[in-house]
Design a protein around this ligand. Sequence first.
Ligand code: SF4
Length: 163
Amino acid sequence: MHQTSSKVPTHKTRILVSACLLGQAVRYDGRYASRGHKQLLEWQAVGRVVTLCPEMAAGLPVPRPPAEIHQGQVLSDQGENLTDTFDRGAEIALQLCQNKKITLAILKENSPSCGSSFIYDGQFSGTKVRGAGKVTELLRNHGITVFSEEQIEEACCYLETTA
Ligand code: SF4
């Protein structure tokens, strides 16, 4: 029987989702962030999810040193400047969205790539500040709507109103 949900839109909009939100162990520490929010799993089951880890797509390994944004630059905790690599990951994410006509992304909050409302402050002190990661910034600059995993309801509303 065809799977249905009141929250799954009837059109074919696909959604870019951070790979670590769907059980893929791609984080810097070799872990995943979540096995998958129920709604994300429903969208995935009907073929509407495209997963990507932009940092891995740009060539970074797992595990990798933690990185944070400081004054627009992405620096590892060892002081290595990773800005070009993170920018490359953002470009890959944008190309994927444009190729697949994706206009909505749900990305992992707090990440220097995927954060959409908060990122860490660049001091590796565990302090969050308002801001967005490299991927989110680039996608938004190209008209793609980005929510975090904490805003699934908002993402559902977005899909319902743009269907
Ligand atoms: S770059 Fe994005 S998808 Fe990859 S581990 Fe970090 S938050 Fe998850």
